[in-house]
Ligand binder design. Structure first.
Ligand code: FE2
Ligand code: FE2
Length: 357
């Protein structure tokens, strides 16, 4: 591993690789470690008053180029080994949910096996983020959703700097959060249209069903059970099943709620096409305060959005642009670059990102 050295921002050059993540005054990530510096990033870092950076000591051009090509890009499909284990987890959770709904009690080891498989990817942030936004098979939505919520809850746990044992529990809570849906008729769960009031009341029972299904196994930590029971509670008391508010909602339930909301909003369903992550950041930042815990939500948005710096996007006027800066005021409206022109989507309100390409 190359040595980390501290370099004055004035002496930093494009192609140097950042060795320690840089945060702004609000605690949000400005640039991640292992980012390859370019002229614009250097300019931005200088503008926000960063004087020094930790970078890796320069290596030969060949090894630098190898490192650069190893970097994962936003919007890029995860590699085959990641996708294979993701698909296997999806199949395993499908079997597990069926077993649990049929009263099979020997399922605890299977939960831990899948949780361990998800947890083993805890260093692969970019693959996880890219995986969530891939097009999914709509018939298998529920199973992909469980794995995705589990992976996202793991990332949030890391970003909140929780202990590894807590993060592992969050992985389990994410896997099991919707297990109660296995007791609700498939015709309602898979209905490709808006639910009637009566159907919606039935769906709302899933958090209680899930709680009882897992509680009777007598092996899961109470915080996992509470996350299952309370993941639809909302900060303003408008959620279910108990209408709890703010301080009454346990942290794990708040984390699963944020992960659950993001995955549901990014998914393609029979009745809705998938949204770009930027659109979802926008919706979450502007309409979820009051519903989701502000600290958990902001930690999530400030961290995940920065993975999209460098992504190439298509605008509603057909032009192709590069995302060069994520603004913490509006995570869904970054600064873009087309040729020599910089476009701030917070200012140019008529322009929208239509797709990541
Ligand atoms: Fe749910
Ligand atoms: Fe869910």
């Amino acid at each position: 591993m190359a040595k980390k050295i501290m370099v004055s921002i004035k002496d930093c050059k494009p192609k140097m690789i950042i060795a320690e993540t840089v945060y702004n005054d609000y605690g949000a990530v400005v640039v991640w470690e292992n980012t390859v510096l370019n002229r614009l990033t250097l300019m931005q870092l200088e503008n926000i008053g960063i004087d020094y950076l930790y970078v890796y000591e320069q290596e030969t051009d060949e090894s630098m180029d190898a490192k650069i090509s190893e970097q994962k890009l936003p919007g890029q499909a995860p590699d085959d080994s990641f996708l294979q284990s993701y698909e296997k987890d999806k199949s395993d959770i499908k079997t597990l949910l069926l077993d649990l709904s049929e009263g099979e009690t020997g399922s605890i080891e299977k939960v831990l096996d899948i949780a361990n498989s998800v947890y083993a990817r805890n260093e692969q942030n970019m693959d996880i983020i890219n995986c969530i936004t891939q097009i999914r098979n709509v018939d298998e939505y529920t199973y992909y959703h469980c794995i995705n919520v589990s992976m996202l809850a793991m990332l949030i746990g890391k970003w909140l700097q929780l202990e590894p044992i807590d993060i592992h529990m969050l992985v389990q809570a994410g896997l099991l959060h919707d297990v109660g849906k296995s007791l609700i008729p498939g015709s309602i769960i898979k209905k490709p249209a808006k639910l009637t009031e009566n159907e919606y009341e039935k769906v709302k029972k899933h958090s209680q069903y899930g709680y009882y299904l897992t509680k009777r196994l007598n092996r899961f930590d109470n915080r996992i059970l509470e996350a299952i029971l309370y993941h639809h509670e909302r900060e303003d008391g408008s959620g279910y099943p108990r209408g709890l508010n703010r301080d009454q909602i346990p942290l794990f339930a708040k984390i699963v709620a944020v992960a659950d909301t993001y995955d549901a909003m990014t998914a393609n369903r029979v009745y809705k096409p998938k949204q770009t992550p930027f659109k979802v950041f926008d919706m979450m930042q502007n309409s979820c305060f009051g519903y989701l815990d502000p600290v958990v939500l902001n930690t999530f948005l400030s961290n995940i959005s920065h993975y999209y710096t460098g992504s190439v996007v298509k605008l509603n006027d057909g032009r192709i642009a590069e995302v060069v800066y994520i603004n913490y005021m509006q995570y869904g409206k970054p600064v873009l670059k087309i040729g020599d022109e910089y476009i701030d989507l917070m200012v140019r309100k008529n322009l929208k990102i239509e797709a990541i390409i």
